[in-house]
Write a protein that binds this ligand. Structure first.
Ligand code: 2P0
Length: 351
């Protein structure tokens, strides 16, 4: 059995520093059991709803930030290639934010390596901005505690606020506007010792999504008549989820996660025009999950901004679940993730 400490939960205390203008950080993706969908401030990236996630122990992102005082502009490399367009702009805007906080002006080079397919609804922006926040803050000498780091990561991608922490994390939507909203919106760890479920990730399509989650959530908030109802029910889902986690009741956790995710997708289907991430293969996997439950296996599905399905189950059932859902959807492959660690700096050889 594991304790939260072993899962890399943060400890209170001084922030993480780099003394020589270079830092490398590793962060893992997370999957929300209570979803974030919709922003009430697009510039500050303030979510409309609280969310709760499990950080994974697979698909890490490793990011090095190196200050380059002699350079004229920032250099951004993603998976060994010079980044272009929007991905590059998002990284540069994030570096600007760090420089503003640090009161510094030197450009930097950013080198990021993802082990998860980018943009396929598998949370690459969560691990990506959590790693960039930690490495960037350290390289620029910013002394941030984990709450401030989570707040900073949120400015890259709201789901990244949660990947700062290992295990389970709750991201507050915060209240008010402007500075108050910014201060109030950050993630914190939710301690659930001795609870070790897994997520079987059924990959039905690892290609990039047709609609970015950013554009899709904007359209949903602006046009879906179901959005408000889901946001209200999501509050109740979060309360129920916290109780279920406290009880380490996997069936309750799974039921709540599944209804929350299906509700989120219902809001998207009702948007105008509709946003539909669920494919025929997604539905075949969901049928497989229903059959598993009919056969007495505790298995519950959640889906994000893409067609892939994550199935929550007991670790002992993971192989059976993977086999069943992949049998239900031709071309599907599965990988199993447990709860993983929070973002951390690498030192020495890790650089
Ligand atoms: C989540 N998703 O809670 C939800 C559920 C997808 C579905 O967070 O615009 O990349 O950068 O804040 O975090 C995906 O959206 O969006 C996401 P931005 P993000 O995990």
């Amino acid at each position: 059995m594991t304790t939260d400490h072993e899962w890399g939960q943060p400890e209170a205390g001084p922030g993480e520093r780099s003394l020589d203008g270079v830092a490398t950080a590793v962060a893992h993706p997370n999957i929300a059991l209570i979803k974030y969908w919709g922003k009430r401030d697009e510039r500050l990236i303030i979510p409309c709803v609280d969310s709760l996630s499990m950080t994974l122990d697979i698909f890490p992102t490793t990011t090095t930030v190196r200050l380059t005082p002699a350079a004229r502009v920032d250099g951004v490399h993603l998976d060994g290639r010079l980044a272009q367009g929007e991905p590059r702009q998002r990284v540069i805007a994030f570096l600007e934010l760090i420089r503003e906080l640090a009161g510094r002006a030197e450009p930097a080079s950013v080198d990021t390596h993802n082990t998860v397919p980018t943009g396929a609804g598998l949370a690459s922006s969560a691990s990506g901005f959590a790693a960039l926040a930690l490495a960037g803050a350290a390289a620029y000498g910013l002394d941030l505690d984990r709450t401030a780091l989570s707040r900073l990561a949120r400015r890259g991608s709201a789901s990244a606020a949660r990947s700062v922490f290992g295990g389970f994390a709750l991201c507050h939507a915060g209240q008010g506007e402007g500075v108050a909203a910014d201060l109030g919106s950050y993630a914190e760890p939710v301690s659930v010792p001795h609870f070790d479920p897994v997520l079987v990730i059924a990959l039905v399509n690892a290609g990039p999504k047709a609609v970015s989650s950013r554009a899709a959530m904007r359209r949903t908030v602006e046009t879906s008549p179901l959005y408000r109802a889901w946001a209200i029910s999501s509050k109740a889902d979060l309360t129920d989820m916290r109780t279920a986690l406290r009880r380490r009741d996997l069936d309750a956790v799974g039921e709540i996660a599944e209804r929350n995710a299906l509700g989120m997708h219902a809001t998207m289907l009702a948007a105008r025009p509709a946003v539909r991430y669920l494919s025929p293969a997604t539905l075949a996997v969901l049928d497989g999950v229903l059959q598993l439950r009919a056969d007495g296996v505790s298995a519950y599905a959640t889906m994000d901004a893409g067609p892939n399905v994550k199935i929550l189950c007991h670790r002992a059932d993971a192989a059976r679940v993977a086999e069943a859902v992949c049998g239900a959807a031709p071309g599907c492959s599965a990988v199993t993730a447990g709860r993983g660690p929070g973002a951390r700096l690498l030192v020495g050889d890790g650089r």
